[in-house]
Design a protein around this ligand. Structure first.
Ligand SMILES: Nc1ncnc2c1ncn2[C@@H]1O[C@H](COP(=O)(O)OP(=O)(O)OP(=O)(O)O)[C@@H](O)[C@H]1O
Ligand SMILES: C=C(C)CCOP(=O)(O)O
Length: 248
């Protein structure tokens, strides 16, 4: 019974201030994860986190996105280094809650072909889970045939991992309480992109990977239901309840 949860970069960082952590938000999420593992609500857990003001700031500055690559090693390392720093904060916060969290840096475990299709190594993630660890992956740079290095979003990692590990539950925790309609009400269920396309926009802050529209698209492509919810609902999601918007 594998659960995958993505901690949105816009939740765990102050997205409009470069390389600024939202320590309180991260601590609350780490506590909720620890509680769900302690009381057995979740058995096998994989955590992914986004870029927030660590990844997206450097990606925008160096002109790299999920489709436009760069070859300048200084720029590549600025993005990757910032993401490793954020990953260290997440690991350390989970460790303080006694969650057995270990890192996986996707830069060294993934590649895109010339069409942009991703290959991600997942054997190590599966073995970590089998051995009782909680792997923590993150949005990163990825080597891309013909482009140099492009951005690999945490959302894309979530969908890859969900199929590879045959996940039972997938959740994206963002700043919003769910996917919102034109009146800012949470849409309880989405099973068709076109029905909600008009309401789906980009991110409010610097984000090179596409905001809510890209998330909904990726999650609809999954075989299993996925949820988009706000930080207050992470416990409900981990406990197996309906949180925010169900997609698929
Ligand atoms: N219809 C919509 N419903 C909800 N949010 C929307 C909608 N359209 C656009 N958004 C924007 O999408 C944002 C969520 O996407 P974003 O990629 O910024 O979040 P994240 O995954 O938490 O961050 P990161 O990409 O850094 O991990 C919301 O904060 C909001 O600004
Ligand atoms: C910008 C980088 C490096 C990470 C993007 O991951 P996301 O925040 O999940 O879209």
């Amino acid at each position: 019974m594998v659960t995958i949860v993505k901690l949105g970069g816009s939740v765990i960082t102050e997205k409009d201030r470069p390389e600024t952590l939202d320590g309180e938000a991260l601590a609350a999420l780490a506590e909720a994860i620890a509680a769900a593992l302690d009381d057995g609500a979740v058995e096998d857990l994989v955590v992914v986190h986004g870029g927030g003001s660590f990844g997206h700031h450097h990606a925008a500055e160096h002109g790299v996105s999920a489709s436009e690559g760069i070859r300048d090693v200084g720029g590549i390392m600025a993005v990757h280094g910032a993401m490793k720093t954020l990953n260290q904060f997440v690991l350390s916060r989970l460790d303080s809650e006694n969650v057995p969290a270990v890192p996986v840096h996707p830069f060294s475990a993934a590649a895109r072909d010339a069409d942009g299709d991703l290959t991600l190594m997942t054997e190590q993630v599966a073995t970590m889970v089998d051995e009782g660890f909680v792997p923590v992956l993150h949005g990163d740079g990825v080597v891309h045939a013909g482009e140099g290095v492009t951005v690999l979003s945490g959302d894309e990692l979530v969908t890859e991992l969900a199929s590879a590990l045959d996940a039972d539950r997938v959740g994206l925790c963002s700043t919003v309480p769910g996917v919102l309609d034109g009146d800012d009400e949470v849409i309880p269920h989405i099973d068709d992109f076109d029905e909600v396309a008009d309401a789906l926009g980009a991110s409010d802050s610097t984000d090179v990977t596409g905001g809510m529209a890209a998330k909904v698209r990726e999650l609809l492509a999954l075989g299993s239901p996925a949820y988009v919810f706000g930080p207050d609902a992470v416990g409900t999601f981990l406990a197996g309840g309906d949180a925010g918007t169900r997609i698929g």
